[in-house]
Design a protein around this ligand. Sequence first.
Ligand SMILES: NC(=O)c1ccc[n+]([C@@H]2O[C@H](COP(=O)([O-])OP(=O)(O)OC[C@H]3O[C@@H](n4cnc5c(N)ncnc54)[C@H](O)[C@@H]3O)[C@@H](O)[C@H]2O)c1
Length: 336
Amino acid sequence: MAILITGGAGYIGSHTIVELKKRKYDNLLSVDNFSNSTPQSYNRIKKVVGEDINQLNIDLADNQMVRELFKKYAIEGVIHFAALKSVPESVEKPLEYYANNINSLINLLDCCKEFEVNKFIFSSSCSVYGNPNELPVTEETPFGKAESPYAYTKQIGENILKDFCKAHINFKALSLRYFNPAGADESGLMGEIRTESPNSLVPILAQQAIGIRNSFEVFGTDYNTIDGSCIRDYIHVSDIAEAHVIAFEHLSTMKSNYDVFNLGSGKGNTTLEVVKAFEKENKVKLNYSLSGRRNGDVEAIFANNDKAKNLLHWTPKYQLEDIVSSAWKWQKNADQ
Ligand SMILES: NC(=O)c1ccc[n+]([C@@H]2O[C@H](COP(=O)([O-])OP(=O)(O)OC[C@H]3O[C@@H](n4cnc5c(N)ncnc54)[C@H](O)[C@@H]3O)[C@@H](O)[C@H]2O)c1
């Protein structure tokens, strides 16, 4: 029986495949439609783990394709990463985001029901909390106002999953709310898939350092933080990947059939702290300007990760220094 990894060619999916392989999970099947990645990801995974990955080009929003997949392969459980994830793009193209992210989830759950697949992990996001009133956020912190269609697809996704679990008591599922995944595999052989205009901070710093962009802007200098820039919780992608393996194992022993975990470092860092850490660790000088606040940015968000520590026995291993140094190692890799 295979573990189905959707979006396995993407950033977090590819790192999770590496972690699963390291822990001797050999029967993996990755599906991706390469809407935000390329098949080259699998060559990179192979360089790290030394093996080919079973993979198919499938659009999960296509109900028929998903049904054929479940008919053909014996699937033990699903780790569902596949989604469109750009906040600004979701504001421009809300229907694409709703259609892709929601239909993919429904198609998968529908097939789980039909083919009696009872384990499911869903990639959620700290964006479900909106602009929280209290920090750090715990899993009990209520959903806030979704600041984008993307964030709303995560709130809807969690609700769909919760309702599905209520209706199907043998089905076990977890929603994992990631904070700001960053960094790259320590080999430097794989990392965040390069795009011309990344939305995440660390790839922007790496692109500036290598000269792909002349400069970047730090948005907001008057937030109520130590240096006026906003605070996020940066968590190494390999820590997130490890949490998925542990969470998948947790599904077999958990008492309830649905639960939610925050996956964050538990520590907030300002944008300028990350910039300075990047400069210091990598011995480079970054060129940036300080600008006004950007629409839709929250002042600060970081996780209380006690629940994942206590129930999953997961503790992040990597620090901010590892995040910025691994991202730089990956950026300098000509294979990008
Ligand atoms: N990276 C982050 O900052 C972050 C933060 C919180 C939550 N998440 C969530 O984690 C998950 C993985 O994120 P990521 O950073 O690896 O993104 P990613 O874009 O690198 O990977 C997602 C993969 O899914 C694929 N995909 C999208 N729609 C598909 C479809 N209909 N059928 C098949 N494949 C499809 C894409 O081609 C891509 O390879 C997403 O659900 C994302 O929303 C990411």
